[in-house]
Design a protein. Structure first.
Ligand SMILES: [Zn+2]
Length: 147
């Protein structure tokens, strides 16, 4: 039975250049004399992509402009650039105050708890019932008045 040695990456020299098998895919890569393990550039790239996927994506640059600003009749950005329906009007630059942009983040979303929802539903039911009772009473009264 052969005993497995510690991981040893296969290497060979050709002239004065040393090649070593890539730790990940096994392709030979030129290495320095002291290298004990190597990854080829392809695998390095792949690892980089895995570790830093955000860097390869186009990053979102906030413009400070609201969504749909270019549909607005008039929009002034924070630098004083004036746009009429998305078209810049350079002669108006700096003559108007920036359009106030309401941040959608400020809008509070109230989340009702299950209990609150039940209470609300109960109240609704009660109101409906009250109306029905009143209708009935009115009907009766009406009948009595008639009689
Ligand atoms: Zn590789």
């Amino acid at each position: 039975m052969k005993r497995k040695k510690k991981i040893e990456y296969h290497s060979y020299t050709e002239g004065s250049i040393r090649y070593m098998s890539c730790m990940t895919c096994g392709r030979y890569e030129t290495v320095g004399e002291t290298a004990t393990g190597v990854r080829c550039s392809r695998c390095v790239n792949m690892i980089m992509m895995k570790n830093y996927p955000l860097e390869t994506k186009p990053s979102y640059v906030p413009t400070g402009r609201p969504p749909g600003w270019h549909f607005m009749k008039e929009f002034v950005d924070k630098d004083g650039n004036v746009f009429h329906r998305g078209k810049e009007v350079p002669k108006l630059k700096g003559t108007l105050s920036p359009t106030m942009v309401k941040s959608p983040k400020k809008r509070k979303i109230k989340r009702r708890t299950k209990e609150q929802m039940l209470v609300a539903r109960h109240k609704e039911k009660k109101a409906v019932l009250k109306k029905a009772v009143k209708k009935q009473k009115d009907f009766i009264n009406h009948n009595i008045d008639k009689g």
